[in-house]
Design a protein around this ligand. Structure first.
Ligand SMILES: [Fe+2]
Length: 193
């Protein structure tokens, strides 16, 4: 027998403003939340004392039923850098090793960084319209290298879970930095000290 939450649900996107309704939860990440992830710790600390700017926000809508637990997120990474490193998400690997995810870039440009526990690394170049499949067992982080907001939709199962520790320990193999005005991937010194 169907429970009240087993019926179809739709949310409406405003494609000109790139927002949807209703938003059930919102999370904001500022420099202070991300300071340990940027390689230029002095630049991060200075920005914290200068207003602690907002780096990105995530709007959530979950679709939990009696037998499933899908969720849709809209992430908006604001344009800019911390030191020479572009604004990026915290990054995580799914706690469950059998859980994939779909990301769909609606606006902006940047990279989706992916990495396995064995150190396989990929950087997927993103522009508006890029859809990426994140297979199980790949940590993932997104980076905004453009002058506009980078906005993307993600769809996954809540039970996938978040493990932030893997990324916090050493980061990804490559940093995405601004070099001579251009986005450039450079070796992360925490990987090869
Ligand atoms: Fe994920």
């Amino acid at each position: 027998m169907l429970q009240p939450n087993d019926y179809p649900v739709s949310v409406q996107f405003d494609l000109s403003k790139l927002v949807f309704s209703p938003v059930l939860e919102k999370v904001e990440r500022r420099v202070s939340d991300m300071a340990k992830h940027f390689h230029d710790k002095d630049a991060a600390q200075t920005l914290v004392t200068q207003g602690d700017k907002l780096l990105y926000e995530v709007l959530y809508h979950s679709f939990e039923t009696s037998k499933s637990d899908m969720v849709m997120c809209l992430t908006r990474i604001f344009s800019g850098t911390v030191g020479d490193e572009y604004h990026m998400t915290k990054g995580h690997i799914h706690a469950r090793d059998d859980q994939a995810e779909i990301y769909f870039c609606l606006q902006g440009e940047g990279y989706l960084l992916l990495q396995t526990l064995d150190g396989e690394f990929r950087a997927e170049r993103w522009t508006a319209g890029t859809l990426s499949h994140i297979p199980p067992m790949w940590a993932h982080r997104t980076v905004n290298t453009g002058t506009n907001d980078l906005v993307f939709v993600s769809v996954f199962n809540l039970s996938a879970g978040y493990d932030y520790g893997v990324v916090e320990a050493k980061g990804f193999k490559k940093l995405v930095v601004e070099h001579d005005g251009q986005p450039t991937l450079t070796d992360n010194p925490r990987w090869n000290p």
